[in-house]
Design a protein around this ligand. Structure first.
Ligand SMILES: [Zn+2]
Length: 110
């Protein structure tokens, strides 16, 4: 997947980049990360370059959902369960309804 350099979520700009080796974790099983007002007070979404394009797209949606929920400051297992469900639901909705999605986007941008 061609990752954008930046993405706007609500009023926050998130830098988008590939994950570093350290970010993949000791078991190399982390696919993405979302930093909302991270240690250096910046926003970033990091996506693994070691996974396929479709998995990158799902992971990107997953991290966008974390960014959307960031103002709620949940940061717990319940947030992860909610985000996993949103990832699955949005991935399916976007893939199965491309005409409707295009219509929604053009209406929202008008
Ligand atoms: Zn997550």
């Amino acid at each position: 997947m061609q990752l954008p350099k930046k993405v706007l979520i609500d009023k926050e700009v998130y830098e988008v980049r590939t994950m570093t080796t350290e970010e993949h974790g000791p078991e190399n099983n982390i696919r993405g990360l979302c930093y909302s007002q991270g240690p250096d007070k910046t926003n970033a979404i990091a996506i693994s370059a070691q996974i396929g394009h479709k998995q990158q797209a799902c992971t990107f949606l997953h991290e966008v959902c974390h960014a959307i929920l960031a103002p709620l400051k949940l940061h717990n297992r319940r947030e992860e369960r909610i985000v996993l469900r949103l990832e699955e639901g949005l991935s399916s909705f976007l893939a199965k309804n491309p005409t409707l999605v295009a219509h929604l986007v053009s209406t929202l941008r008008a």
